[in-house]
Design a protein. Sequence first.
Length: 409
Amino acid sequence: MKELRDQAKRLFMRGVCAADPGLAVAQALRADPLRASGGTVYVVAVGKAARNMAAAAMELVPGPFEVLVVTNYENATPLTGATVLAAGHPVPDDNGAAAAQAIVSLLRAAGKKDQILALISGGGSALIPAPIKGVTIAEKAEVSRLLLASGADISQMNLVRQQLSRLKGGGFLRLASPAPVRALVLSDVVGDDVRVIASGLTATPLGTGADARKILDERGIWSRLPASVRAVLSAPDPGNRPVAKADNQLVGSNSKSLAAMAELASEAKVFPKPLVGDVKDACQQIMAFSAGSGVFLFGGETTVILRGDGKGGRNQELALRMALAAGSAGWSRDWAFLSGGTDGRDGPTDAAGGLVDAGSVSRMVAAGVDPQASLLRNDSYNALKKSGDLLITGATGTNVADLQILIRM
């Protein structure tokens, strides 16, 4: 069993390493260098991989330059020559608001001879809350919390966020005018749509206020929103304002990490589409695809509808569901299943996800845990902790959504 678990961990870390943000930025800037324009290069790095992306860029951009990094607390280590600001994720906080204002000030200072190099990675949406007039940081944070709990996917969440932000949905570009903007983007979303990654700082909006209202109504949370948010989204829609074009370049993604894992395990079978949707449906898809022995690889981003008062994340819940499903299916041979977030964090926990095997359910029961009851309470973290099945990696400095590995003897 240990051998299978170790193999699953090696494959997962291969996927994480394939999304190395510093290497991705360095390769992009060496292939197509920034050229001196007679002004300042303003490097603005936002997201969970921002610190590492900025460090690589500082070795290759022409001077003079100024560097501003905004990342989550776990990744906010000092970087000589740069200003590094830490902010809350997944729920925005006051530090994020201050960081957003610092970005606004920097962009407004840029002139025609200057250049903006935007380094964008997953998590950027929550890290720099810059709500439009009439909405507070706390109210915007409540919108994010309600969307997360409702099971909304990342595209739906970011469409709503764009309608409540001064920076998202191309707001970054409007503030950067007249300086040209080049963006190197590390994708944490399925489909790699730059309008979705970090809520589309350097892209056109995903939709309108009416589209946001429809999503919130369909998720059943419209009536629970702060009054200020409902007022903003109910106002006549002014239409999408013009957005200047940016040179957006994708430098890393979930599909690239999945390909790297498949290269390491050449015999592996790769699920032919992104693993998305509710974790219950995702579990069923994994079970159906993984017939017989072998290595099975998956990548994507699932969702969880919160119905209980427990602790966990989508990867931990998927791991717990797989442990139960494998038992119900009567898998008699050894197996191991890993589901983890490439950023090293799954939901509001210190775990990246879960790594379960044929003995996980027995270990839970022996520790006094009812795994089915834990599932109903969305308490996968504590169930997996009791069985020794939490996947703990620490912050990885990158983020390309989630990876899953199933190995069956």
